[in-house]
Design a protein around this ligand. Structure first.
Ligand code: ZNH
Length: 141
């Protein structure tokens, strides 16, 4: 689980992400759909071109939830329970996709925040995003 140092590292980079979460979110989603085309099946009703209105709106929603998770790092289970239900029961997203999503966020953060994305920050975000994915996946059982 996240140490106090991890939480501080997550929070410090979130301070920068939160200046423009929509742009980051759109890029993450665009990378997911480009690098892992199998994820496109869930978004057949979207305009999948880069920075389309759909991609930007959905990227913003996802980053909004990640921002909430940053505020509730000690209680991700309760904070994200509703989202786990949505993905498992309604959207039926294959759980392997959450790992791909984590890889894409890490990549976008590294590209945007080179100097701030130290190995410590990288490790903390890896743990944080994996914890989020664990809650989303827990509903599949
Ligand atoms: Zn998801 C939706 C988040 C992953 C797919 N998502 C969603 C939303 C949110 C989210 C917030 C919205 C909700 C409402 O409605 O409100 N996701 C999320 C997160 C993550 C995710 C945080 C991670 C971590 N997803 C994911 C993946 C996939 C998905 C991986 C696949 C591939 N989602 C999805 C879909 C949807 C969602 C399909 C719906 C969309 C529309 O709009 O239609």
């Amino acid at each position: 689980s996240l140490t106090e140092d991890d939480k501080a590292a997550v929070l410090s980079l979130w301070g920068k992400i939160s200046n423009n979460p929509e742009a980051i979110g759109a890029e993450v989603l665009h990378r997911l759909l480009s690098c892992f085309p199998q994820t496109r099946i869930y978004f057949s009703h979207f305009d999948l071109s880069r920075a389309s209105a759909h991609i930007r709106a959905h990227g913003a929603k996802i980053m909004g939830v990640i921002g909430e998770a940053v505020q509730h790092m000690d209680n991700l289970d309760d904070t994200l329970s509703w989202l786990g239900d949505l993905h498992a029961y309604t959207l039926k997203v294959d759980p392997g996709n959450f790992r791909l999503f984590t890889l894409c966020i890490l990549c976008v953060l590294a590209a945007h925040f080179q100097a701030d994305f130290t190995p410590e920050v990288h490790a903390a975000w890896e743990k944080f995003l994996t914890s989020i994915a664990a809650v989303l996946i827990s509903k599949y059982r």
